[in-house]
Design a protein around this ligand. Structure first.
Ligand code: PMP
Length: 355
């Protein structure tokens, strides 16, 4: 860090992304990517002329893609904003709405970037503890006259709230922004996207990184009332109008147009998740009931860090969070059935060696 960095940024603790080793030596179950390739249509689209016209700037409004998403989610084009990953959308939201005069609530255990953005923008925030079962208690957010951001399903727990709870939160905080981050909604959660027609204060954030196998393309989007979308566009056009490159636009468009392929993949991942949970039970692991493409699990007698390191030695990457209430847990992405079988054998060996 240089002596020129502002005091505010010097004090900022940045987000630490999961490991991305490039040697392919690992079974990679640490960053909730899809184990399945992008669809054949996506692979074709990124090699086509339109995607490869890299001497030209991309189309800044992503019109074709916004139209395709609007059709898929049954909203208007002006209810959609595309971002360079949903992280960029979240960044826009914090920058637009949460400062030291408009406090925001989020759970103590949730996506780590919320706290980083809050610190970055000097937002006034309160982290509300999850209950003893690691669930969000909706009452903590109802009628509080505060902004809210929640991941639903939550991460890293995987536990989801029903749409009715989200609706109560949006309805009971009418003068505040409610952001619902649905990064993992396609694996068994309920989307609240249709509520944006009724609640002008609701922003739903989604990603192409998980169910649509496009983490490397960096594509996310917001669905919200057109006035909120124009707020967020103001930030986009004041920072980086060409935030979505031509190849990623074409890849995402082809992904929306091959939804059957991705819906099948989500079903496969949910079946693999159920099988994996049965395997964990046989090994006497505890786990939380997940509606996401990951499982948060622990084994009494072995701390999470040790388990993470032992698995890494065996060539399997998982995610461990070194924070007080969850340090015994590992967040394990659901891979292919074969990968999960290898993981279960490794867990069985490790528990026999250690306990
Ligand atoms: N929200 C949640 C809850 C996540 O876990 C992630 C992935 N790290 C994101 C948003 C961001 O995803 P992306 O930027 O790849 O769209």
């Amino acid at each position: 860090m240089s002596r020129f960095l502002s005091d505010r940024l010097s004090a900022l603790k940045e987000y630490i992304p999961g490991e991305q080793p490039q040697d392919m030596k690992y079974i990679k179950l640490n960053t909730n990517e899809s184990p399945y390739d992008p669809s054949p249509e996506v692979k074709k689209a990124i090699t086509q002329k339109r995607a490869a016209k890299l001497q030209l700037y991309p189309e800044p409004d992503c019109t074709e893609l916004s139209d395709a998403l609007a059709r898929y989610y049954n909203v208007d084009r002006n209810n959609i904003l595309i971002g360079n990953g949903s992280d960029e959308i979240l960044n826009f939201c914090f920058s637009a709405y949460f400062d030291n005069k408009s406090p925001v609530l989020f759970p103590d255990i949730t996506y780590g970037f919320y706290k980083v953005f809050a610190d970055l923008y000097g937002s006034d925030y309160t982290q509300i503890p999850l209950n003893d079962c690691f669930c969000i208690d909706p009452n903590d957010y109802i009628g509080k006259n505060k902004n809210i951001i929640l991941a639903n399903p939550n991460a890293p727990t995987g536990i989801a709230l029903p749409v009715s709870d989200i609706e109560t939160m949006a309805a009971s905080n009418p003068d505040n922004i409610v952001i619902i981050d649905e990064a993992y909604v396609d694996f068994g959660g309920q989307s609240c996207a249709q509520l944006i027609k009724k609640y002008k204060n609701l922003i739903v954030v989604m990603t192409f990184s998980k169910s649509r196998s496009l983490a490397g393309a960096r594509m996310g989007f917001a669905i919200a009332d057109s006035e909120l979308i124009s707020d967020l566009n103001k930030i986009k056009y004041s920072t980086n109008p060409y935030n979505i490159n031509s190849m990623s636009q074409q890849a995402a468009l082809a992904a929306v147009n091959s939804c059957d392929y991705y819906e099948q993949n989500c079903k496969k991942i949910m079946v693999t998740r159920d099988n994996f949970c049965i395997g964990l039970e046989k090994l006497n692991f505890e786990y939380l009931p997940s509606c996401a493409n990951f499982i948060f699990a622990k084994k009494t007698g072995i701390d999470g860090k040790t388990l993470y390191l032992e698995l890494k030695k065996k060539g399997i990457l998982t995610r461990h969070f070194d924070s007080p209430r969850i340090q015994d847990f590992l967040r394990i992405t659901i891979g292919t059935q074969q990968q999960m079988d290898i993981l279960l054998s490794a867990l069985s060996e490790i528990t026999e060696e250690i306990l």
